[in-house]
Design a protein around this ligand. Structure first.
Ligand SMILES: [Zn+2]
Length: 403
């Protein structure tokens, strides 16, 4: 096989495109492509046959040939359309205005599954911006090709780009695929996701899992038909709220504790977040000790443990009775943070009962959260919300990203 045929195969090009010749110099392989001048040209806009106007030289980077960087060169014909004027025709190996061949970009996309942008940029000797551009184009392509994803069961959550700053709203489905990313974490953030759906799609939503904060509840009540039967407050977030209340009790109690014990109570913050069954022997002993010096925190913790056990009911009545019993206990606890949290829960008990009877588990929300955490660690920060949103789409959108 001669080098011309070899590179025609490698680049996957065929009539009317062909390899004119291949050159190797000290740094790179240069592949020169041509367009069969006997073939008719068509305007890229109206697809009418048009005369050749001129040709413009262009260069694209392709995957390396062994140790040599490989560059593809071609004089791209421009058509002279009576209606659209001089237009460069499309080429099959690269996108309009792209600097890389499709195959090169596909390789970069593959490597991005394994490495950070910085690492990929180093590996391919590209600028950070060039890799970012490839990612952005891939997401735009994937979104344009996307057919309506399954939205029967949704989870909504706010995610911060920096710790406690710059939020985006992420909507995912039962398959763990992100189906929506919106700027901010307010009512309008979620509302703009719903706004893109038609009435039939909105009606087809069966459950929407979320935390108990008002923004998402109101957006859903306003936009989704029969939302009051569909909103599920997931266990993960409900318990998170209760854990915050326990921490509130612990902080107050620390102020009332003898100096010697204050430090161990201070250090015990994460101990109180654990489930009884996940405690090691050392933890158990520490907790037994702390329970004697911090009786209020221990009581608050027990209230949360009890609530964690209230998610496995089949019938709404049964579930409601159990939760109201729990509420009675929490409200009589004389622990202000627990009382406040319990009141908030009672007001929104309907959504917890929905979650229980529709058996919405929190596994999904947690797995999306874990994946997002990894993405954030790998990226070491995002310059903007747009970058952050794009990265979420790239990794979790289940999109067809390649050329
Ligand atoms: Zn035209």
């Amino acid at each position: 096989m001669d080098e011309v045929t070899l590179y025609e195969r490698i680049l996957g090009i065929s009539d009317p495109w062909f390899v004119e010749h291949v050159e190797l110099n000290a740094e790179a392989v240069h592949v020169y492509l041509g367009y069969d001048s006997g073939m008719a040209l068509h305007c890229p806009i109206c697809h009418q046959e048009a005369r050749r106007y001129d040709a413009k030289p262009r260069t694209w980077r392709h995957m390396d040939t062994c140790q040599y960087q490989t560059l593809v060169h071609c004089d791209i014909p421009r058509t002279d359309c009576p209606e659209h004027g001089a237009r460069q025709i499309e080429v099959p190996w690269a996108q309009r205005n792209g600097r890389f061949t499709h195959l090169f970009e596909n390789t970069v996309i593959d490597w991005l599954q394994e490495l950070s942008i910085n690492a990929v940029a180093r590996r391919f000797n590209l600028s950070w911006n060039a890799v970012d551009r490839i990612m952005r184009d891939a997401v735009a392509r994937g979104l344009a090709r996307r057919t309506s994803p399954d939205i029967t069961h949704l989870s909504v959550d706010e995610v911060s780009r920096k710790k406690g700053h710059h939020y985006v709203t992420v909507i995912s489905n039962r398959q763990g695929q992100v189906v929506g990313v919106q700027d901010g974490k307010d009512k309008d953030s979620l509302r703009s996701f719903y706004a893109a759906l038609d009435q039939q799609q909105l009606t087809a939503i069966d459950t929407i899992s979320m935390d108990m904060s008002p923004a998402y509840i109101y957006a859903t009540l306003e936009e989704v038909p029969a939302a009051k039967r569909k909103i599920c407050f997931d266990k993960f977030h409900v318990i998170q709220d209760l854990n915050k209340a326990v921490d509130g009790v612990r902080k107050t109690e620390m102020g009332q504790t003898a100096t010697g014990d204050r430090r161990s109570l201070h250090l015990s913050r994460y101990l109180w977040l654990r489930n009884e069954q996940n405690l090691t022997q050392a933890h158990r002993e520490m907790k037994a000790h702390l329970s004697r010096i911090a009786t209020k925190t221990a009581r608050a913790w027990a209230i949360v443990q009890y609530a964690k056990g209230l998610w496995d009911y089949s019938y709404p009545r049964e579930a409601e009775r159990a939760w109201l019993k729990w509420y009675g206990w929490a409200i009589r606890s004389r622990l202000t943070p627990m009382k406040t949290a319990a009141k908030a829960i009672k007001k929104k008990l309907w959504g917890i009962i929905n979650a229980i009877t529709k058996q919405r588990t929190n596994a999904l929300a947690e797995s999306i959260n874990a994946k997002l955490k990894l993405i954030k660690v790998r990226a070491k920060g995002f310059r903007s919300n747009v970058r952050f949103q794009n990265t979420i789409w790239f990794y979790l959108g289940g999109l067809n990203l390649k050329h």
